[in-house]
Structures are given as C-alpha cells and as structure tokens.
Write a protein that binds this ligand. Structure first.
Ligand code: ADQ
Length: 471
C-alpha cells in the first residue's frame, strides 16, 4: 500500500521524464515546469504526493520519491491515451473551451474512456490521501475527479484549478455530457479559474443547467458551499530574471542577433503549435506589412518557434501544414538568398535558449485567439534585464487583464494586429522602458508562488465554510 500524504496534487502528467541509463534501466528525472516549481515547497513540507501519468503506454512505475516529492503514477494504455487524452480532452474539450475556434468533435467512446480514466485518478487520490488531507486537482483532463473523489472520501478538502478558459453558457451547452462535467467540478470546495469572467460563467452555468442557488461566487450544492474564484497563474519571475541576466545567455542573445544579420527589428513568436495561439494570423500580418512596404526584409526579421504538440490529433496535423505553407509563401515572395523573412523552428528547446531568444527580440508577438493565461508573455517581460523590447499582446489572452502596458490588439482584426505591431516598432525607447518596468513590477509581486499560496489559502477558508457541522 502507498504511503499517505496530507497534501496531494492530481494532474494529467507527472513532473518527471523517463530516461534510460547506460545499463538499459528505466530511471526518472524531474521535468521542470511552472506548476512543480510553485508547488515544490508545499509538497516537500508535507511529504506530499503528485499523482499523474508518467508518459508512455508501458507499465506504470511503482511509487517512488524524487527530490522530496512522492511520485504516484497512474497507468494509461495506448487506447486510453487516444480516447481520454487526444480525443475527449484535446479534440472535444480543448476546442470547445477555446471559443470553438476549431470545431469540437464529440464521440461517445471518448467520453466513456474519459470517465473511466478520471475514476482511476480519483481512486489513486483516495488511496494516498490521509484523513482530512488537501487534494488539488489540475485542469480540463480531470474535471470529473472532484465529485468522484468526494464520493469516495467525503473527509477531504478538494480544490480544482482550470488552466484554460471556461466558456460562456451558450458554448458549454453543446457538450453531450455537460451536466456530468459540471457536477464533477462541483465536487470541489474551491474551483479556481484564470479570469474573473470564467468564474462568472461557471457560477451562472450552475444555475442555468442545474438550477443551483448562488450568492456572489458561492454556489449551494447538496447542503455544501462551493466557491468559485479567479487566480491568475504566473511564472517564477526571479528565476526567469536570473536566467536571462546570466552572461552566457546574454552572449548567446548577441550571437543570435548576429546570426540573423543584425537587423533593426527582430520579431519573435514562441508557442506550442496550437490553433488557439494565432500563429497564422501573426504570419499574415507580417506578410501584409512586407507587401505594403511598411516593413522591409533585412531590416526586420521574424523568428517563429513552434513547439511540436499533440501531433496525433487531426486539428494539429492540418494546422502544421497551414503554418508551414504560410512560412514558405512569405519566404518565397519576400526572402532573398541567405536572407529569409521568417525563421521557423518546429522544435522544443532548453529554457536558456528560449531566454536568449527573448533577450534578443525587439518585439514579442503573443496573439492567441483565446488563451487561459499565456506564460510566454510573462517570461518575455521578465527576460528583459535592459527593460527594452515591446510586447504585442492579444486582448484574448488572460495575461492581457494584468499587462495593460503591452501593445494590446484584437487578433480577429488583421488591421488592428498590424497597427499594434507598427506602433511597437515605432515606439520611443523611453516609452518602452516605462511599459516594461510597470509590467515587471507587477510580475515580481505576482509570481507563481504567490498564485499557489492565494489558491491554497482560499481553499482552506472555503473548505472550513463548506462543512460547518464538522467538529
Ligand atoms: P500552454 O497552452 O502550454 O499552457 P503557455 O502558458 O504559453 O501555454 O506556456 C507554454 C510554456 O512552454 C512556456 O513556459 C514556454 O516557455 C514553454 N515553451 C514554449 N515553447 C517552447 C519550446 N520550443 N521549447 C521549450 N519550452 C517551450 C496552458 C494554457 C495557458 C496557461 C498555462 C498555465 O493554455 O493559457 O498560461 O497552461 O496555466
């Protein structure tokens, strides 16, 4: 039997990567990420457990400890991965929750597997959580877990955080097992969102779909209170600042500028290759500015890093074709021998190389059609030790609520995107510095550790309120 913990995180993915050593043995090394950085102190202090999938479709490893965190793997077969993860999570829920910018696909057997896998995660949490423990469930892949877990273990304090947007009622109502998903989330004591609007959508949906009463952000469910709230996620600001200021990273940034031919303006995009991120519209804006003669190849160059993502899902395969066709078109029409207009990198890279790219870029374009938060925007601001650079940011990214000093644009309006980009290109250095300084000040006080603390403090209050008759 697994050891029990007073603090448990449940997420689709474990914060570890598999490595095979020279003797052919399977080993695990930590995989750094914002969430694990933020939660590491809490997990280490409470001998906490992280429950998740270890990657791969082989046998799940036995529970083990890594850097003070107990790792508890949940197995997934290849079929389950296809239906629960690629299907229901990434071809149904992901597009639906992002304004249906691609058409969501609904399949009965995907839903059934989603339910089965969510039950497996809930059982794992019920097994490792000690009496009265706090369990924090993460994201859209696991929306049924809170209610399933409460059914198994009513003694637990359960929090849920959604990293992506929560859609308005009209869209949510499309989903075939909509009431089950909503009831799943309502199993938590606190349901956290990136945005206040998302929390409002959720509370209104509870009344619309299940006829539940609410007061402010607090919903009455079966004699319990479920609180909804906004907790905008962030980055490890200090760590990002430190990395970007590292002399090796700074030297690499200079080298990148030189390799690009020391142009006046480097325009950068860094995204998972996802149709929500607005990569195509950004390329199109750049192409039109070249065609209009407002930007000139050689003076301006664009670098687009597109991390491979969800490559077995059809929406993503067609997106890759469209993006690569557009890159080819721009370079074909406007490039010269040895001087392409767009540098396109379909690859993952070390954080230090990303930091060097951020430090080298004059303009960072973050233009999602819809995004829960967008950490790239925040990483860019933290990377500019010189307070130079400009951020062009979509109003539809959660980050836009906090980063009002960015050059904001509506990604659905191509002229608006072009205009924001040109305003950023032509801005005075003093103006840029003022904007960057204000945004950085905000990120320093609102980092990912502050995010985790505010959620967990609120969860502790919400759980006390929701069970008033407990001794
Ligand atoms: P994502 O959609 O994955 O996250 P985002 O917030 O931008 O998007 O985070 C991407 C992360 O991946 C960043 O930390 C970035 O540095 C890293 N990254 C990007 N390209 C990379 C590359 N080529 N190599 C290495 N690293 C790369 C979801 C939601 C977001 C929300 C986050 C966190 O969609 O809206 O901000 O969760 O809640």
């Amino acid at each position: 039997m697994a050891e029990r913990s007073s603090f448990v995180v449940v997420a689709n993915r474990l914060p570890v990567d598999e490595v095979i050593n020279d003797d052919g043995e399977r080993q695990w090394r930590p995989s750094p990420g914002g969430l694990v950085t933020a939660l590491h102190p809490v997990l280490a202090e409470h001998q906490g457990t992280w429950i998740g999938w270890a990657g791969g479709d082989g046998e799940a490893p036995e529970p083990f400890e890594l850097e003070g965190i107990r790792i508890h793997a949940v197995p997934l077969s290849n079929d389950e991965l296809e239906r629960y993860y690629e299907g229901q999570s990434n071809a149904t829920i992901w597009p639906l929750y992002h304004d249906a910018v691609e058409t969501p696909v609904y399949k009965r057997r995907w839903r059934e597997t989603y339910r089965l896998v969510n039950q497996r995660f809930a059982e794992a949490a019920a097994e490792v959580a000690e009496e009265g423990a706090t369990v924090w469930v993460q994201d859209y892949q696991l929306q049924l877990v809170p209610a399933m877990l409460r059914e198994l273990r009513p003694d637990l304090r359960i929090g849920f955080f959604l990293h992506i947007p929560f859609p308005p009622i009209e869209l949510f109502m499309q989903m075939p097992f909509r009431a089950e998903v909503l009831r799943g989330l309502l199993g938590a004591d606190l349901v956290g969102f990136q945005q206040r609007l998302a929390a409002q959508n959720f509370v209104r949906l509870a009344r619309h779909l299940l006829g539940l009463r609410y007061e402010g952000q607090s919903i009455q469910v079966d004699g319990r209170k479920v609180k909804a709230g906004a907790f905008p996620i962030s980055i490890d600001t200090k760590d990002m600042e430190r990395l970007a200021a590292d002399p090796k990273v700074q030297a690499r940034a200079k080298e990148i500028r030189a390799e690009l031919g020391d142009p006046e303006t480097i325009i950068l995009g860094v995204d998972r290759l996802d149709y929500t991120k607005g990569i195509e519209l950004r390329l199109k804006a750049f192409r039109e500015l070249l065609a209009d003669g407002k930007l000139k190849v050689g003076d301006a160059v664009m670098v687009q890093v597109a991390t491979p993502s969800r490559e077995r899902v059809e929406h993503y395969q067609t997106l890759r074709v469209r993006v690569e066709r557009e890159v080819g078109r721009i370079n074909g029409e406007f490039g010269r021998v040895g001087v392409p207009a767009v540098h396109y990198l379909h690859q993952s890279m070390p954080k230090a190389e990303l930091a060097a790219l951020y430090a080298a870029a004059d303009i960072m374009m973050v233009t999602p059609l819809r995004d829960g938060m967008n950490l790239v925007a925040k990483e860019y601001v933290a990377s500019r030790a010189d307070r130079g650079g400009a951020l062009v940011l979509s109003e539809f990214a959660g980050a836009a609520t906090e980063m009002r000093q960015a050059f904001l644009c509506n990604p659905h309006d191509p002229d608006g995107v072009k205009d924001a980009l040109l305003r950023a290109v032509g801005a005075e250095p003093a103006d840029l510095k003022r904007r960057m300084r204000t945004m950085l000040r905000h990120l320093r006080s609102h980092d990912v550790a502050a995010w985790a603390k505010s959620f967990l403090d609120e969860l502790s209050d919400a759980a006390d309120l929701s069970t008033p008759d407990q001794p």
